[in-house]
Design a protein around this ligand. Structure first.
Ligand code: DSN
Length: 411
């Protein structure tokens, strides 16, 4: 970063420190990943400066010839990758994408049925703390507290009683697959539209290693920096008949000029997602998550829902006498980055939580496989079982460093 170093060494050093933190820690945050350097180059490109309100062929600024070529390419790649009728690649984030879907077809105050945040849903699915809950009338479905999985019969009963205009499926901390066919049937039976928010699993779906919601849903939204590895940003896919309404809802409805640099990164990632090594990466991501669940169970931990079918596991720490917050802090002190997470019917406040959420995407991108996953689980157990033992924590921190050196982040 020669120019940045010259103009603002303070910021340059903070960026270098972050690069070093990422390289020298194990990232188990289920919502994150390491992106290829080509994606970061596209994100940092000249396109970050271009004003281009509107859509390809219909802009409110001149000089958009290359912007149009770029956005058209990203749209056509997104449609091909997911088999969608229409793609809007402009949302700045997942929340922007969800808001645009709600406002595209619903009037303020209309009813939406979605999964509750405390059982794995997302803030933008109408949580009380999110402005989405002030714009629409949300009711929430949860998990069956015995199976800790979605109870589709209960969802159906709620839909019949509430008569929502839209049902939202998709979650941030749900380790199971969702039966989209069943949710679509329920939505149709009450004449509701179906939005699937597949932010966490967009890479797994792109690689076709888990089922796709696209054939079943009216709208599919996702962020691009998680399993998909495209850097920050959001996408909306939809049936052709909603294409114009979705576009208007993004611009001029909810956003101004798109972030063309992020669109460039999205286009690169859609291209890379077609390669065989991306498909293998997503297969390994699933295998590694299952391996985490098996190893933690062997070590005496309880997996919420009894295991995983995707890239994440949710661990209930209560039997170990730990809170999520304490585990998160202890693990960070040895270089293992996780996030505390509420478990269904959690007795603790969200800031404290009784669980941790562990994701396999980033370590899999580094090339780690089952032997390393078992080693990481044992290191985590060692740290979490010895939170007061400075010597053991130091030893685990050294092991983390060694593992990071053995598996440098690929450029
Ligand atoms: N949705 C948040 C998460 O799952 O951590 C971040 O995007």
């Amino acid at each position: 970063m020669p120019y940045l170093m010259k103009d603002d060494p303070q910021v340059a050093r903070i960026i270098q420190d972050e690069e070093s933190r990422v390289e020298n820690t194990l990232n188990l945050i289920a919502a994150e990943n390491h992106a290829p350097r080509s994606v970061l180059e596209a994100q940092g490109s000249i396109f970050s400066l271009k004003a281009a309100e509107g859509f390809p062929g219909n802009r409110f600024h001149a000089g958009c010839r290359h912007a149009d070529a770029l956005e058209s390419l990203a749209v056509s790649r997104a449609k091909d990758l997911y088999g969608a009728d229409h793609a809007n690649v402009q949302p700045h984030s997942g929340v922007s994408a969800n808001l645009a879907v709600y406002f595209s077809v619903l009037d303020v105050g209309e009813r939406i049925l979605s999964m509750k945040l405390s059982h794995g849903g997302h803030l933008s699915h109408g949580d009380a703390a999110s402005m989405t809950s002030r714009c629409f009338n949300f009711q929430h479905y949860g998990l069956n507290l015995k199976t800790e999985q979605i109870d589709y019969d209960e969802l159906e009963n709620l839909a019949k009683a509430f008569e929502p205009r839209m049902i939202v499926a998709g979650a941030s901390s749900y380790p199971r697959l969702i039966d989209y066919e069943r949710v679509a049937e329920i939505a149709q039976s009450v004449s509701a539209l179906l939005l699937v928010d597949m932010a966490h699993i967009a890479g797994l779906v792109a690689a076709r290693v888990i089922p796709s919601p696209v054939p079943h849903a009216d709208f599919v939204t996702f962020t691009t920096y998680k399993t998909l590895r495209a850097g920050r940003g959001g996408i909306i896919l939809c049936k052709q008949k909603y294409a114009d309404r979705i576009n208007r809802s993004i611009f001029p409805g909810g956003q101004g000029t798109p972030s063309l640099n992020l669109i460039a990164a999205k286009a690169v990632c859609f291209h890379l997602a077609l390669a065989d090594d991306f498909v293998q990466l997503q297969k390994d991501t699933l295998i590694n998550a299952s391996c985490f669940a098996a190893e933690f169970e062997r070590l005496g931990y309880r997996m919420v829902s009894g295991g995983t079918e995707n890239h994440l596991v949710l661990i209930d720490l209560r039997s170990k006498g730990l809170t999520g917050a304490l585990a998160e802090e202890t693990l960070e002190s040895v270089g293992i980055i996780v996030n505390r997470n509420v478990i269904p019917a959690d007795p603790e406040r969200p800031e404290v939580s009784s669980g941790i959420r562990i994701g396999s995407p980033a370590i899999t991108t580094r090339g780690m496989l089952e032997p390393e996953v078992r080693q990481i689980a044992r290191m985590m157990d060692s740290a979490m079982s010895n939170i007061e033992n400075a010597q053991i924590l130091k030893q685990v921190a050294r092991e983390v460093q060694d593992l990071c050196k053995q598996f440098p982040i690929k450029k």
